[in-house]
Design a protein around this ligand. Structure first.
Ligand code: HGY
Ligand code: MN
Ligand code: MN
Length: 416
């Protein structure tokens, strides 16, 4: 196996140009992106990515969940490929880099390998995982979850969005149902490069996050059923008030997360009130509680506390209360050998680095179940993400992509 000179770098300007080009697709209203999964803009982004892969001489495979796999051949057709994956879908008020950086940095790795005529024993595959965000169709990391055998394809394709649109029909509509069996592909390793989406790396002045673990999560969808009534003429003593129940449970979620510090978070991002009329007490409130911790015991304890609190509030107020777990994964430990390789690569390249636990969920968290997997992170400004103002610097983007490049090429084994 031939070693690659540590002086080799990816083409930072080309990576940045690709990010800015992709950011033009599914623009938000405040400088970020709204390229939600299985929308027309997702289809447009997929087409742009495929065109770039074609131009780089990659062969594109697509599975029946729409996961895209762009392969650069290796010298040994029997050698399992090294995958580089993340996601092109965004939140409704998403940033330009969450997920996209990992896919396009993977493309940049291959483009640089092409420029230098690097041959590797193992093929290298750049991957776009469908519906990582779980914003439109819960749960998050849906298609990588099917790939890893966590969810059945039938379950995934039956998921519906708030307008009642069905995942399988939407994937058909945008024309991205492939012919490969989901999960049939075997991997030598999988790398995911991602912005931190938190404040630690920037605050510590580190260029590279070596991701040793990922925190686990529960998404608990709570449905409170009250009684629709006039907000003016109904005496307070007669109200069966679902929005009051929502408020009390929100406060309890905050208290529960704070009671488990450090390493615990809890909050609510999605709330649906019906009939959502200013002068009607809601008959129904549906909201998803998102609780997370890197510690399994804490995560499970918090789940129990949230569920008991919700039922207690509902009983106090005479509300109906149903709770459904619509998303879950346990805390993740990434592959120690690959973690060591990423750490050693950052050191060799002279980049400042630190070990870090991923606060957000990623496709890598599921793929880690079926193949040796590791993540690399770069800082983001103010730790802000899932906000259109999400920002990174070209230097941060390139530093992580350089670590990705060297670690992937080393894992794919350069052939002289
Ligand atoms: O929810 C998450 O952590 C990820 O952004 N899907
Ligand atoms: Mn992401
Ligand atoms: Mn995200």
């Amino acid at each position: 196996m031939t070693a690659l000179g540590d002086n080799v770098r990816i083409d930072s300007a080309r990576l940045w140009d690709s990010l800015m080009e992709m950011a033009k697709i599914g623009p938000g209203v405040a400088g970020g992106n709204n390229r939600q999964t299985l929308t027309d803009s997702d289809a447009e982004g997929r087409a742009l990515f495929k065109g770039w892969c074609d131009a780089a001489g990659l062969s594109m495979g697509v599975d029946t969940m729409g996961n895209m796999f762009a392969t650069r051949a290796g010298t040994d057709p029997k050698a399992l490929p090294v995958y580089i994956g993340s996601h092109l879908d965004t939140q409704p008020t998403g940033g330009k880099y969450d997920g996209v950086l990992g896919v396009l940095a993977g493309l940049e790795v291959v483009r640089t390998m092409n420029d230098l005529g690097i041959r590797t024993k193992h093929p290298v595959v750049v991957t776009n995982w469908t519906n990582e965000e779980g914003a439109r169709f819960a749960p998050a990391m849906l298609a990588s979850g099917v790939f890893a055998g966590i969810h059945t394809e039938d379950y995934a394709k039956a998921r519906t969005d708030l307008d009642g649109k069905v995942f399988g029909a939407e994937l058909e509509r945008i024309g991205w149902v492939g012919d490969e069996k989901v999960g049939a592909r075997q991997m030598h390793a999988m790398f995911e490069y991602h912005i931190e989406q938190g404040p630690i790396l920037e605050a510590e002045g580190k260029d590279i996050g070596v991701v040793t673990h990922g925190q686990g999560l529960w998404w608990l969808e709570i449905t409170l059923t009250g009684k629709e009534a006039h907000t003016g003429s109904t005496p307070m003593s007669m109200r069966v008030n679902a929005s009051l129940g929502l408020g009390r449970i929100l406060e309890r979620v905050q208290q529960i997360a704070m009671a488990h510090q450090p390493n615990a978070v809890g909050g609510v991002g999605q709330i649906k009130v019906s009939p959502n009329s200013r002068n009607v007490l809601p008959g129904k409130v549906v909201f998803t509680v998102d609780i997370r911790s890197p510690e399994q015991a804490k995560l499970d304890t918090m789940r129990g506390e949230v569920e008991r609190a919700a039922h207690a509030v509902a009983a106090e107020l005479g509300l109906g209360c149903e709770i459904e777990a619509v998303g879950h994964f346990d805390p993740v430990t990434f592959d120690p050998a690959l973690v060591k390789r990423v750490r050693g690569t950052a050191e060799r390249l002279g980049l400042s680095q630190m070990d870090i636990i991923s606060g957000a969920g990623h496709d890598a968290c599921w793929i880690n179940r079926v193949a040796p997997t590791v993540m690399i992170m770069c800082p983001c400004v103010g730790g802000l993400s899932h906000n259109e103002a999400e920002e990174i610097s070209p230097e941060w983007a390139a530093a992580g992509a350089d670590v990705l490049f060297h670690a992937v090429v080393e894992t794919a084994e350069v052939v002289g």
